[in-house]
Design a protein around this ligand. Structure first.
Ligand code: PMP
Length: 463
Protein backbone atom coordinates (compact mmCIF):
# COMPACT_ATOMS: atom_id res chain seq x y z
CA UNK A 1 0.00 0.00 0.00
CA UNK A 2 1.47 3.40 -0.93
CA UNK A 3 2.15 5.53 2.11
CA UNK A 4 1.07 8.64 0.32
CA UNK A 5 -2.52 7.48 0.24
CA UNK A 6 -4.75 9.23 2.77
CA UNK A 7 -5.20 7.45 6.04
CA UNK A 8 -8.19 5.15 6.19
CA UNK A 9 -10.91 6.37 8.48
CA UNK A 10 -11.12 3.39 10.81
CA UNK A 11 -13.94 2.95 13.18
CA UNK A 12 -12.44 3.18 16.69
CA UNK A 13 -14.16 -0.07 17.58
CA UNK A 14 -12.14 -1.81 14.85
CA UNK A 15 -8.70 -1.23 16.31
CA UNK A 16 -9.93 -1.46 19.88
CA UNK A 17 -11.28 -4.90 18.93
CA UNK A 18 -7.91 -5.90 17.48
CA UNK A 19 -6.15 -4.91 20.69
CA UNK A 20 -8.76 -6.65 22.81
CA UNK A 21 -8.47 -9.87 20.81
CA UNK A 22 -4.70 -9.71 21.01
CA UNK A 23 -4.82 -9.45 24.79
CA UNK A 24 -7.24 -12.39 24.91
CA UNK A 25 -5.53 -14.67 22.42
CA UNK A 26 -1.81 -13.99 22.57
CA UNK A 27 0.60 -15.36 25.08
CA UNK A 28 1.18 -13.94 28.52
CA UNK A 29 4.82 -13.70 27.41
CA UNK A 30 4.08 -10.96 24.86
CA UNK A 31 6.31 -7.97 25.46
CA UNK A 32 6.22 -4.77 23.40
CA UNK A 33 2.51 -5.10 22.81
CA UNK A 34 1.83 -4.54 26.50
CA UNK A 35 3.41 -1.13 26.76
CA UNK A 36 2.72 -0.01 23.18
CA UNK A 37 -1.01 -0.59 22.61
CA UNK A 38 -1.09 0.60 19.01
CA UNK A 39 -2.13 -1.09 15.78
CA UNK A 40 0.30 -0.07 13.03
CA UNK A 41 -1.26 -0.02 9.57
CA UNK A 42 1.30 1.91 7.52
CA UNK A 43 4.83 3.06 7.96
CA UNK A 44 7.44 4.99 6.06
CA UNK A 45 10.85 6.06 7.28
CA UNK A 46 10.60 6.97 10.91
CA UNK A 47 6.83 7.35 10.93
CA UNK A 48 4.31 4.71 11.88
CA UNK A 49 0.63 5.31 11.39
CA UNK A 50 -1.78 3.57 13.72
CA UNK A 51 -5.24 2.28 12.87
CA UNK A 52 -6.51 5.12 15.03
CA UNK A 53 -5.13 7.55 12.44
CA UNK A 54 -2.40 8.80 14.79
CA UNK A 55 1.21 9.10 13.68
CA UNK A 56 4.21 8.15 15.76
CA UNK A 57 7.92 8.79 15.43
CA UNK A 58 9.43 5.35 15.85
CA UNK A 59 12.54 5.26 18.03
CA UNK A 60 12.21 1.54 18.63
CA UNK A 61 12.88 0.64 14.98
CA UNK A 62 12.02 -3.04 15.41
CA UNK A 63 14.40 -3.27 18.40
CA UNK A 64 17.18 -1.73 16.34
CA UNK A 65 16.44 -3.64 13.13
CA UNK A 66 15.40 -0.82 10.81
CA UNK A 67 18.62 0.95 9.88
CA UNK A 68 16.80 2.71 7.03
CA UNK A 69 13.49 3.06 8.82
CA UNK A 70 10.28 1.48 7.59
CA UNK A 71 9.73 0.57 3.94
CA UNK A 72 12.73 2.38 2.54
CA UNK A 73 12.41 2.64 -1.28
CA UNK A 74 15.70 0.77 -1.92
CA UNK A 75 14.52 -2.07 0.31
CA UNK A 76 11.11 -2.28 -1.35
CA UNK A 77 12.70 -2.19 -4.78
CA UNK A 78 15.11 -5.00 -3.89
CA UNK A 79 12.25 -7.16 -2.61
CA UNK A 80 10.09 -6.47 -5.68
CA UNK A 81 12.98 -7.31 -7.97
CA UNK A 82 13.34 -10.78 -6.50
CA UNK A 83 9.61 -11.41 -6.66
CA UNK A 84 9.35 -10.16 -10.25
CA UNK A 85 12.34 -12.25 -11.32
CA UNK A 86 10.56 -15.50 -10.51
CA UNK A 87 13.43 -16.62 -8.28
CA UNK A 88 12.54 -19.22 -5.65
CA UNK A 89 11.84 -17.66 -2.27
CA UNK A 90 12.90 -20.67 -0.24
CA UNK A 91 15.94 -22.75 -1.08
CA UNK A 92 17.35 -24.03 2.25
CA UNK A 93 21.04 -23.11 2.08
CA UNK A 94 21.56 -23.59 -1.66
CA UNK A 95 23.60 -21.12 -3.67
CA UNK A 96 21.70 -18.36 -5.46
CA UNK A 97 22.68 -15.11 -7.17
CA UNK A 98 20.83 -13.20 -4.44
CA UNK A 99 22.79 -14.92 -1.70
CA UNK A 100 26.03 -14.48 -3.58
CA UNK A 101 25.44 -10.73 -3.89
CA UNK A 102 24.52 -10.42 -0.20
CA UNK A 103 27.65 -12.26 0.91
CA UNK A 104 29.88 -10.15 -1.32
CA UNK A 105 28.35 -6.92 0.00
CA UNK A 106 28.59 -8.09 3.62
CA UNK A 107 32.21 -9.20 3.31
CA UNK A 108 33.13 -5.82 1.80
CA UNK A 109 32.02 -4.15 5.03
CA UNK A 110 33.86 -6.41 7.49
CA UNK A 111 36.87 -5.24 9.51
CA UNK A 112 40.08 -5.70 7.46
CA UNK A 113 41.60 -8.96 8.61
CA UNK A 114 38.23 -10.67 8.71
CA UNK A 115 37.14 -9.44 5.30
CA UNK A 116 40.15 -11.02 3.60
CA UNK A 117 39.09 -14.62 4.00
CA UNK A 118 36.13 -14.86 6.34
CA UNK A 119 33.73 -17.77 6.37
CA UNK A 120 30.00 -17.31 6.75
CA UNK A 121 27.33 -19.57 8.19
CA UNK A 122 23.72 -18.70 7.44
CA UNK A 123 21.71 -19.46 10.54
CA UNK A 124 18.06 -19.71 11.51
CA UNK A 125 16.57 -16.25 11.10
CA UNK A 126 16.89 -14.94 14.68
CA UNK A 127 19.89 -13.42 16.37
CA UNK A 128 19.72 -16.00 19.12
CA UNK A 129 20.21 -18.84 16.62
CA UNK A 130 23.38 -17.18 15.32
CA UNK A 131 24.61 -16.88 18.92
CA UNK A 132 24.03 -20.62 19.34
CA UNK A 133 25.91 -21.26 16.11
CA UNK A 134 28.84 -19.16 17.35
CA UNK A 135 29.01 -21.20 20.54
CA UNK A 136 28.92 -24.48 18.62
CA UNK A 137 31.61 -23.25 16.26
CA UNK A 138 34.09 -22.28 18.97
CA UNK A 139 33.37 -25.40 21.01
CA UNK A 140 34.10 -27.56 17.98
CA UNK A 141 37.22 -25.55 17.13
CA UNK A 142 38.73 -25.49 20.61
CA UNK A 143 37.48 -28.77 22.03
CA UNK A 144 36.54 -26.81 25.15
CA UNK A 145 33.04 -26.23 26.42
CA UNK A 146 33.07 -23.26 28.83
CA UNK A 147 31.98 -19.76 27.83
CA UNK A 148 32.92 -16.34 29.08
CA UNK A 149 30.16 -13.72 29.11
CA UNK A 150 29.50 -10.45 30.90
CA UNK A 151 27.20 -9.06 33.54
CA UNK A 152 24.28 -7.23 31.95
CA UNK A 153 24.70 -9.05 28.63
CA UNK A 154 21.82 -9.96 26.35
CA UNK A 155 22.36 -12.54 23.63
CA UNK A 156 18.94 -14.03 23.06
CA UNK A 157 16.28 -16.35 24.38
CA UNK A 158 17.38 -19.85 23.46
CA UNK A 159 18.92 -21.97 26.19
CA UNK A 160 22.62 -21.41 25.51
CA UNK A 161 22.15 -17.76 24.63
CA UNK A 162 19.96 -17.33 27.68
CA UNK A 163 22.58 -18.89 29.93
CA UNK A 164 25.15 -16.39 28.68
CA UNK A 165 22.63 -13.61 29.34
CA UNK A 166 22.29 -14.68 32.98
CA UNK A 167 18.68 -15.77 32.55
CA UNK A 168 19.28 -19.45 33.19
CA UNK A 169 21.96 -20.90 35.38
CA UNK A 170 24.52 -22.80 33.34
CA UNK A 171 27.65 -23.91 35.09
CA UNK A 172 29.66 -23.66 31.89
CA UNK A 173 29.22 -19.90 31.60
CA UNK A 174 31.53 -17.69 33.63
CA UNK A 175 30.17 -14.17 34.05
CA UNK A 176 32.71 -11.40 34.10
CA UNK A 177 32.25 -7.72 35.03
CA UNK A 178 31.29 -5.41 32.18
CA UNK A 179 32.45 -1.82 32.76
CA UNK A 180 29.74 0.56 33.87
CA UNK A 181 30.48 4.15 34.66
CA UNK A 182 27.29 5.10 36.39
CA UNK A 183 26.81 2.02 38.53
CA UNK A 184 30.37 0.79 38.70
CA UNK A 185 30.45 -2.28 40.94
CA UNK A 186 33.91 -1.23 42.13
CA UNK A 187 32.77 2.26 43.15
CA UNK A 188 35.25 4.04 40.91
CA UNK A 189 33.71 4.30 37.41
CA UNK A 190 35.78 5.52 34.47
CA UNK A 191 39.04 3.93 33.38
CA UNK A 192 39.83 2.79 36.90
CA UNK A 193 36.65 0.70 37.06
CA UNK A 194 37.26 -0.81 33.62
CA UNK A 195 40.83 -1.59 34.62
CA UNK A 196 39.78 -3.44 37.78
CA UNK A 197 37.30 -5.47 35.71
CA UNK A 198 40.00 -6.39 33.19
CA UNK A 199 42.42 -7.35 35.95
CA UNK A 200 39.76 -9.49 37.58
CA UNK A 201 39.13 -11.26 34.27
CA UNK A 202 42.82 -11.91 33.74
CA UNK A 203 43.35 -13.09 37.27
CA UNK A 204 40.36 -15.41 37.21
CA UNK A 205 41.39 -17.02 33.93
CA UNK A 206 44.91 -17.69 35.20
CA UNK A 207 43.94 -18.88 38.66
CA UNK A 208 44.12 -22.70 38.64
CA UNK A 209 41.62 -22.64 41.50
CA UNK A 210 39.45 -19.93 39.88
CA UNK A 211 36.77 -22.46 39.00
CA UNK A 212 36.50 -21.32 35.38
CA UNK A 213 35.61 -24.19 33.03
CA UNK A 214 38.08 -24.18 30.11
CA UNK A 215 36.60 -21.46 27.87
CA UNK A 216 35.77 -22.14 24.23
CA UNK A 217 35.11 -18.44 23.66
CA UNK A 218 34.33 -15.03 25.11
CA UNK A 219 31.16 -13.28 23.89
CA UNK A 220 30.79 -9.54 24.23
CA UNK A 221 28.49 -6.77 22.99
CA UNK A 222 30.56 -3.71 21.99
CA UNK A 223 27.67 -1.65 23.36
CA UNK A 224 25.31 -3.52 25.66
CA UNK A 225 21.84 -2.79 24.34
CA UNK A 226 19.19 -4.51 26.40
CA UNK A 227 21.47 -4.25 29.45
CA UNK A 228 20.90 -0.50 29.43
CA UNK A 229 23.04 1.03 26.66
CA UNK A 230 26.48 0.55 28.15
CA UNK A 231 29.27 1.24 25.66
CA UNK A 232 32.38 -0.87 26.23
CA UNK A 233 35.33 1.52 26.61
CA UNK A 234 37.67 1.09 23.62
CA UNK A 235 40.72 0.46 25.80
CA UNK A 236 38.87 -2.19 27.79
CA UNK A 237 37.73 -3.97 24.62
CA UNK A 238 41.33 -4.00 23.38
CA UNK A 239 42.32 -5.55 26.73
CA UNK A 240 39.70 -8.27 26.21
CA UNK A 241 41.19 -8.87 22.74
CA UNK A 242 44.69 -9.23 24.23
CA UNK A 243 43.51 -11.43 27.08
CA UNK A 244 41.68 -13.79 24.73
CA UNK A 245 44.43 -13.81 22.09
CA UNK A 246 47.12 -14.59 24.67
CA UNK A 247 45.10 -17.56 25.89
CA UNK A 248 43.89 -18.80 22.49
CA UNK A 249 40.28 -18.08 23.38
CA UNK A 250 38.17 -17.03 20.35
CA UNK A 251 36.59 -13.60 20.83
CA UNK A 252 32.98 -13.41 19.68
CA UNK A 253 31.54 -9.94 19.06
CA UNK A 254 27.75 -9.91 19.26
CA UNK A 255 26.92 -7.11 16.81
CA UNK A 256 23.29 -8.13 16.44
CA UNK A 257 22.14 -4.72 17.66
CA UNK A 258 25.23 -2.54 17.21
CA UNK A 259 25.92 -3.39 13.58
CA UNK A 260 25.32 -1.62 10.27
CA UNK A 261 26.25 1.92 11.29
CA UNK A 262 24.16 2.14 14.44
CA UNK A 263 26.97 3.27 16.78
CA UNK A 264 28.76 5.61 14.36
CA UNK A 265 31.01 3.09 12.63
CA UNK A 266 29.82 0.34 10.31
CA UNK A 267 30.59 -2.28 12.99
CA UNK A 268 30.93 -1.14 16.58
CA UNK A 269 34.22 -3.02 17.07
CA UNK A 270 35.81 -0.53 14.66
CA UNK A 271 35.80 2.17 17.36
CA UNK A 272 38.48 0.22 19.21
CA UNK A 273 40.19 -1.34 16.19
CA UNK A 274 39.53 -4.78 17.67
CA UNK A 275 39.13 -7.58 15.13
CA UNK A 276 37.11 -10.40 16.68
CA UNK A 277 37.43 -14.04 15.65
CA UNK A 278 33.67 -14.41 15.24
CA UNK A 279 30.97 -11.82 14.62
CA UNK A 280 27.30 -12.52 15.26
CA UNK A 281 25.09 -10.48 12.94
CA UNK A 282 21.33 -10.14 12.60
CA UNK A 283 18.62 -7.43 12.83
CA UNK A 284 19.67 -4.68 10.38
CA UNK A 285 21.53 -7.04 8.02
CA UNK A 286 18.15 -8.34 6.82
CA UNK A 287 16.88 -4.89 5.84
CA UNK A 288 13.79 -5.42 8.08
CA UNK A 289 13.30 -9.09 7.19
CA UNK A 290 14.60 -11.99 9.32
CA UNK A 291 18.23 -12.93 8.68
CA UNK A 292 21.09 -14.00 10.93
CA UNK A 293 24.63 -15.12 10.22
CA UNK A 294 27.97 -15.62 11.82
CA UNK A 295 31.20 -14.61 10.09
CA UNK A 296 34.47 -15.95 11.38
CA UNK A 297 38.11 -16.71 10.80
CA UNK A 298 38.75 -19.66 8.47
CA UNK A 299 40.89 -21.54 11.04
CA UNK A 300 37.76 -22.04 13.16
CA UNK A 301 35.89 -23.71 10.32
CA UNK A 302 36.42 -27.27 11.42
CA UNK A 303 32.91 -28.19 12.51
CA UNK A 304 31.32 -31.04 10.54
CA UNK A 305 28.69 -30.67 7.79
CA UNK A 306 25.27 -30.17 9.35
CA UNK A 307 26.74 -29.02 12.67
CA UNK A 308 24.33 -26.11 12.61
CA UNK A 309 21.41 -26.82 10.29
CA UNK A 310 17.92 -25.37 10.08
CA UNK A 311 15.14 -25.07 7.53
CA UNK A 312 14.91 -21.29 7.27
CA UNK A 313 18.43 -20.30 6.35
CA UNK A 314 17.84 -19.20 2.80
CA UNK A 315 15.38 -16.32 2.95
CA UNK A 316 15.95 -14.72 -0.45
CA UNK A 317 13.84 -11.65 0.24
CA UNK A 318 15.77 -10.94 3.43
CA UNK A 319 19.08 -11.34 1.63
CA UNK A 320 18.01 -8.95 -1.12
CA UNK A 321 16.63 -6.40 1.38
CA UNK A 322 19.75 -6.82 3.50
CA UNK A 323 22.11 -6.41 0.57
CA UNK A 324 20.34 -3.20 -0.46
CA UNK A 325 20.49 -1.90 3.12
CA UNK A 326 24.19 -2.64 3.59
CA UNK A 327 25.01 -0.97 0.27
CA UNK A 328 22.87 2.08 1.05
CA UNK A 329 24.43 2.57 4.50
CA UNK A 330 27.92 2.25 3.00
CA UNK A 331 27.35 4.46 -0.05
CA UNK A 332 25.59 7.20 1.89
CA UNK A 333 28.02 7.13 4.81
CA UNK A 334 25.18 6.68 7.26
CA UNK A 335 27.53 5.49 10.01
CA UNK A 336 29.17 8.92 10.01
CA UNK A 337 25.77 10.54 10.00
CA UNK A 338 24.81 8.38 13.02
CA UNK A 339 27.96 9.55 14.83
CA UNK A 340 27.29 13.25 14.20
CA UNK A 341 23.58 13.21 14.86
CA UNK A 342 23.93 10.87 17.83
CA UNK A 343 26.48 13.16 19.49
CA UNK A 344 24.18 16.14 18.96
CA UNK A 345 21.15 14.32 20.38
CA UNK A 346 23.14 12.99 23.33
CA UNK A 347 24.35 16.50 24.19
CA UNK A 348 20.77 17.78 24.13
CA UNK A 349 19.60 14.89 26.30
CA UNK A 350 22.44 15.49 28.73
CA UNK A 351 21.44 19.14 28.96
CA UNK A 352 17.95 18.03 30.06
CA UNK A 353 19.33 16.55 33.25
CA UNK A 354 19.86 20.04 34.69
CA UNK A 355 16.07 20.49 34.92
CA UNK A 356 15.16 16.88 35.59
CA UNK A 357 16.47 15.34 38.80
CA UNK A 358 14.90 12.06 37.64
CA UNK A 359 17.59 11.73 34.96
CA UNK A 360 20.43 9.83 36.58
CA UNK A 361 22.58 9.23 33.54
CA UNK A 362 22.56 9.79 29.79
CA UNK A 363 24.83 7.60 27.69
CA UNK A 364 25.24 6.01 24.31
CA UNK A 365 27.18 5.79 21.12
CA UNK A 366 25.94 7.00 17.75
CA UNK A 367 22.22 6.44 17.42
CA UNK A 368 22.05 3.99 20.31
CA UNK A 369 21.16 6.14 23.30
CA UNK A 370 19.84 5.58 26.80
CA UNK A 371 18.55 7.71 29.65
CA UNK A 372 18.63 6.05 33.05
CA UNK A 373 15.84 7.27 35.28
CA UNK A 374 16.30 7.35 39.01
CA UNK A 375 14.44 8.27 42.15
CA UNK A 376 16.49 11.22 43.43
CA UNK A 377 14.62 11.33 46.71
CA UNK A 378 15.34 7.74 47.68
CA UNK A 379 18.47 6.83 49.61
CA UNK A 380 21.44 6.46 47.25
CA UNK A 381 22.86 3.03 46.58
CA UNK A 382 26.30 3.47 48.07
CA UNK A 383 29.41 2.25 46.34
CA UNK A 384 27.72 1.76 43.00
CA UNK A 385 28.68 4.87 41.07
CA UNK A 386 31.79 6.58 39.90
CA UNK A 387 31.17 9.24 42.51
CA UNK A 388 30.59 6.64 45.22
CA UNK A 389 26.79 6.60 45.17
CA UNK A 390 23.86 6.89 42.79
CA UNK A 391 20.12 7.11 43.40
CA UNK A 392 18.23 3.85 42.85
CA UNK A 393 16.75 3.20 39.41
CA UNK A 394 13.11 4.19 38.93
CA UNK A 395 11.40 1.72 36.58
CA UNK A 396 7.97 3.20 37.31
CA UNK A 397 9.12 6.62 36.12
CA UNK A 398 10.62 5.01 33.00
CA UNK A 399 7.31 3.27 32.27
CA UNK A 400 5.45 6.55 32.79
CA UNK A 401 7.82 8.38 30.44
CA UNK A 402 7.24 5.68 27.81
CA UNK A 403 3.46 6.16 28.11
CA UNK A 404 3.74 9.95 28.00
CA UNK A 405 5.97 9.64 24.92
CA UNK A 406 3.34 7.49 23.26
CA UNK A 407 0.66 10.13 23.99
CA UNK A 408 2.93 12.64 22.25
CA UNK A 409 3.46 10.44 19.21
CA UNK A 410 6.86 9.02 20.11
CA UNK A 411 7.71 5.34 20.46
CA UNK A 412 10.62 4.53 22.77
CA UNK A 413 11.89 1.34 24.29
CA UNK A 414 12.59 0.55 27.93
CA UNK A 415 15.63 -1.53 28.84
CA UNK A 416 18.36 -1.86 31.39
CA UNK A 417 18.91 -4.21 34.28
CA UNK A 418 16.07 -2.62 36.26
CA UNK A 419 13.91 -1.64 33.27
CA UNK A 420 14.66 1.99 34.10
CA UNK A 421 16.52 3.03 30.95
CA UNK A 422 14.57 4.80 28.20
CA UNK A 423 16.22 3.65 25.00
CA UNK A 424 16.35 5.44 21.66
CA UNK A 425 17.17 3.51 18.50
CA UNK A 426 16.04 5.79 15.67
CA UNK A 427 16.74 4.85 12.06
CA UNK A 428 20.02 6.15 10.64
CA UNK A 429 17.99 8.09 8.09
CA UNK A 430 16.31 10.42 10.56
CA UNK A 431 16.42 14.07 9.62
CA UNK A 432 17.67 16.95 11.78
CA UNK A 433 14.06 18.03 12.26
CA UNK A 434 13.00 14.57 13.39
CA UNK A 435 15.93 14.43 15.82
CA UNK A 436 14.82 17.74 17.32
CA UNK A 437 11.23 16.54 17.53
CA UNK A 438 12.32 13.35 19.33
CA UNK A 439 14.19 15.26 22.05
CA UNK A 440 11.41 17.86 22.38
CA UNK A 441 8.73 15.22 22.78
CA UNK A 442 10.86 13.28 25.23
CA UNK A 443 11.52 16.39 27.34
CA UNK A 444 7.82 17.13 27.38
CA UNK A 445 7.01 13.54 28.32
CA UNK A 446 9.53 13.67 31.14
CA UNK A 447 7.96 16.81 32.56
CA UNK A 448 4.51 15.23 32.43
CA UNK A 449 5.69 11.91 33.92
CA UNK A 450 7.48 13.64 36.77
CA UNK A 451 4.30 15.55 37.62
CA UNK A 452 1.99 12.55 37.34
CA UNK A 453 1.31 10.03 40.08
CA UNK A 454 3.17 7.48 38.03
CA UNK A 455 3.71 4.85 40.72
CA UNK A 456 2.27 1.68 39.29
CA UNK A 457 3.56 -1.73 38.38
CA UNK A 458 5.81 -1.28 35.35
CA UNK A 459 5.62 -3.71 32.43
CA UNK A 460 8.15 -6.51 32.33
CA UNK A 461 11.50 -6.09 30.57
CA UNK A 462 11.22 -5.70 26.82
CA UNK A 463 13.54 -7.31 24.33
N1 PMP B 1 22.17 -10.27 20.71
C1 PMP B 1 21.89 -9.00 20.96
C2 PMP B 1 23.00 -8.06 21.28
C3 PMP B 1 20.56 -8.53 20.92
O1 PMP B 1 20.30 -7.26 21.18
C4 PMP B 1 19.55 -9.45 20.60
C5 PMP B 1 18.09 -9.02 20.52
N2 PMP B 1 17.73 -7.90 21.16
C6 PMP B 1 19.89 -10.78 20.35
C7 PMP B 1 21.21 -11.16 20.40
C8 PMP B 1 18.85 -11.80 20.02
O2 PMP B 1 18.28 -11.56 18.79
P1 PMP B 1 16.85 -12.18 18.43
O3 PMP B 1 15.85 -11.47 19.28
O4 PMP B 1 16.66 -11.93 16.98
O5 PMP B 1 16.92 -13.62 18.74
Amino acid sequence: MAVTEPAPAPHPAAYEGILRRQALRESAARTYARSLPIVPVRARGMTIEGADGRRYLDCLSGAGTLALGHNHPVVLEAIRKVIDSGAPLHVLDLATPVKDAFTTELFATLPGQLADDARIQFCGPAGTDAVEAAFKLVRAATGRSGLLAFTGAYHGMTAGALAASGGAPDVRVTRLPFPQDYRCPFGTGGEAGADIGARWTEHLLDDPKGGVPAPAGMIVEPVQGEGGVNPAPDGWLRRMREITRDRSIPLIADEVQTGVGRTGTFWAVEHSGVVPDVMVLSKAIGGSLPLAVIVYRPELDIWPPGAHAGTFRGNQLAMAAGCATLAYVRENRLAERAATLGARMLARLQALSADHPGIGDVRGRGLMMGIELVDPEAAPLTGTAGSGSAPPPDPALAAAVQQECLHRGLIVEIGGRHSAVVRLLPPLTLTDEQATAVVDRLADALRAAERSPYRRVPPGPTR
